[in-house]
Design a binder for this molecule. Structure first.
Ligand SMILES: CCCCC/C=C/CC(=O)SCCNC(=O)CCNC(=O)[C@H](O)C(C)(C)COP(=O)(O)OP(=O)(O)OC[C@H]1O[C@@H](n2cnc3c(N)ncnc32)[C@H](O)[C@@H]1OP(=O)(O)O
Length: 365
């Protein structure tokens, strides 16, 4: 090795020591041992320390690593040390770039959702995990936009799911907060217009629409499940529509579809008396198609959906429309009626008290 190479190597060695300190990820014990051994060899030469006792595991592992370098020259050890650090830095920066790059097939223009199209599936993911995916006004509008896009694009099926531990905690109760007394009627009317449009997009959705219920579901995100074609649920999911508790009334066409799906008595327990169903109960009552163990939920469900999404797209669309077409007019009428009743409910003392109670006590359902 020439003097010039040795100089560069020494410089690289010092630079590498600085770079090592900047690594964000722990490189793991095996690599740390290699780095230790090369550093000792580079700075002190071949291992000259007494062998530690068998039970001194850490010192013994370090000694073994250093000793294994035998008579490797100090120059070579410096060089190898610098190369190893450089490979760790490159790997970390590649993984950071990968994390920062947008997800493949991700649609632009959404803040409360992650919308992607991949493998013939448009996935609409609620993305307010720190608010349990509560649906605020912006999110209602973005879901409407995402359903419109998914209905028209090349995907074969659309899937709705939640990011984080909840599927969704339903209507964001902040939608009712900070309303001045004189603005109550306007709030109720505007809310009903938005809700009717939102539910209308589920009624009219032209392709198979599948809900992947990854965790607890409350309120509006439970009621519109009746408008989905398939509902897959994790065994961690629960289904709760606490309308009377909130002084409100059913929406999402559930006043018509839930009795049809599960029978009047079971629907009444849910919609009148706030009964929260487990995933197994919701499946037994026909609201959920199939329940999966939480630890294999994502893997099993997405494998199945990818297979479904490879079926002929147009055949699936016309068949879905046939299945729903007889009911469409009826469903729109139910939606209108439910929104009308809710407008009154939102102006009631019962509803106002329930909202105030949530914010005052942060009372949990
Ligand atoms: C256009 C208008 C259309 C209206 C259509 C009408 C629809 C009807 C419905 O959807 S009714 C259902 C309404 N939903 C609720 O009543 C749920 C309220 N939330 C809760 O009861 C609980 O938060 C919980 C059970 C979902 C979760 O409890 P947990 O203790 O696990 O977690 P936190 O309470 O600490 O939640 C974390 C923060 O998120 C806030 N949050 C959760 N859900 C909502 C929500 N729906 N609305 C507003 N805020 C919500 C919660 O308050 C916490 O906030 P904080 O960290 O600031 O305390």
């Amino acid at each position: 090795m020439t003097a010039a190479t040795m100089q560069v190597s020494q410089k690289d060695f010092e630079k590498a020591q600085e770079q090592l300190k900047l690594l964000k990820k722990d490189p793991g014990n095996e690599t740390k041992l290699k780095l230790y051994a090369l550093f000792k060899q580079a700075t002190e030469g071949p291992c000259n320390a007494p062998k530690p006792g068998m039970l001194d595991f850490v010192k013994k592992a370090k000694w073994d690593a250093w000793n294994s370098l035998g008579n490797l020259s100090q120059d070579n050890a410096r060089q190898k040390y610098a190369e190893l650090v450089s490979s760790l830095v490159s790997a970390e920066s590649a993984s950071q770039k990968k994390d920062a790059s947008p997800e493949e097939g991700r649609h632009d223009g959404y803040e409360t959702l992650i919308v992607t199209t991949k493998n013939n599936i448009t996935k609409i993911m609620f993305n307010r995990p720190d608010r349990k995916n509560a649906i605020n006004h912006q999110m209602y509008r973005e879901i409407i936009k995402a359903l419109e896009e998914a209905g028209k694009n090349d995907s074969t099926i659309a899937v709705i799911t939640g990011n984080g531990d909840y599927y969704s905690s339903g209507n964001d109760l902040n939608n009712f907060a900070n309303i001045q007394p004189g603005e109550m009627e306007k709030m109720a009317k505007d809310g009903a217009v938005l809700l009717k449009d939102f539910v209308g997009h589920f009624i009219d959705f032209p392709k198979p629409l599948i809900a992947v219920v990854n965790g607890p579901a409350i309120g509006i995100c439970v009621t519109v499940l009746g408008l989905c074609d398939i509902v897959y649920a994790s065994d961690r999911a629960t289904f709760h529509s606490p309308f009377s508790q909130l002084g409100q009334s059913p929406e999402g066409c559930s006043s018509y579809l839930f009795p049809k799906i599960m029978g009047l008595a079971k629907a009444s327990e849910m919609l009148l008396f706030n009964k929260k169903l487990t995933a197994a109960e919701a499946c037994a009552q026909g609201l959920v198609t199939e329940v999966f163990p939480d630890n294999s939920f994502q893997k099993e469900v997405w494998a199945r959906l990818e297979a479904y999404a490879s079926l002929p797209k147009n055949s699936l669309a016309v068949s879905k429309q046939l299945l729903r077409s007889m009911e469409k007019e009826k469903l729109h009428a139910v939606n209108s009626k439910e929104c009308e009743v809710l407008t009154e409910r939102w102006l009631s003392d019962e509803c106002a008290n329930a909202i105030v109670s949530f914010f005052q006590k942060k009372s949990k359902l």
